[in-house]
Design a protein around this ligand. Sequence first.
Ligand code: NAP
Length: 245
Amino acid sequence: MADRAAIVTGASSGIGLAVARMLGQEGHAVTMAARRPEKLQAAFEELQGEGLEVQHVAADLGDEAGIQAVVAAHRAAYGRLDVLVNNAGVGIGAPVGEIATKRMDIQINTNLRAIPIFYRETIDLLRAAGAEHRNALVVNTASVAGKRGEAWLSIYSATKFGVVGFTQAMNKELNADGIKSTALCPAFVDTPMTDFVKGQVPPEAMIQTSDIVAAVRMLLALTPGCVIPEIVFDLPGGELGIPSA
Ligand SMILES: NC(=O)c1ccc[n+]([C@@H]2O[C@H](COP(=O)([O-])OP(=O)(O)OC[C@H]3O[C@@H](n4cnc5c(N)ncnc54)[C@H](OP(=O)(O)O)[C@@H]3O)[C@@H](O)[C@H]2O)c1
């Protein structure tokens, strides 16, 4: 049994898969969670094939029961939680007059509502890890759109502002228990999520998942007295670069 354990959501591709791999390499047993079973199975087999200690649970994390299923499987397999990575997310663009309520709900539920539920469902495990080593870590993937509102991505922006705010509140509430939270706020990262814009912004000009991995690796190495509440990853020049027409 691994000495450390982690849950990574949105672990079937992009940032989540890269962070799950790194946590496995750093000696964590990792529960990988994401929505589509076949895609998650392929990602799981990739990491398992590399000799990492992983399991996978497919679930819609916009649904409370899905979150509870992930946490129950993690608890049963590993019995501890040192790192929680709330990374699953979805962005659906629309001008404000055309926002579809269902698409708004999908973004709110996946990007924001899931995060407090994950904290609530795992707080006993996080507190136990915090009591043991004062370095329980929760990483919440927000976005640079959670630092500056983006046109046509207004709901996505609102959810990500919510993630930043909730992360700040968790630090005030849980730092005394040895639980630290960090919101990651990247601009375009070269993942499947940005395929829609790769005609205008070449993938090699984007932030790489290795940059996000390097930041999370750094968070793992911090001493208990150091909290980093958020990290903004910008493109050179500092604008998100979404074309305005
Ligand atoms: N790429 C960027 O430019 C960028 C910038 C800033 C922030 N982010 C944030 O980074 C996070 C990861 O995104 P990514 O760029 O790595 O994109 P990605 O490769 O598309 O990964 C998104 C992950 O979230 C999962 N997911 C989506 N909806 C879900 C749901 N309802 N239940 C469970 N899992 C769900 C996906 O699984 P399925 O594929 O099965 O749905 C997938 O594993 C997101 O929170 C995103 O908002 C990305």
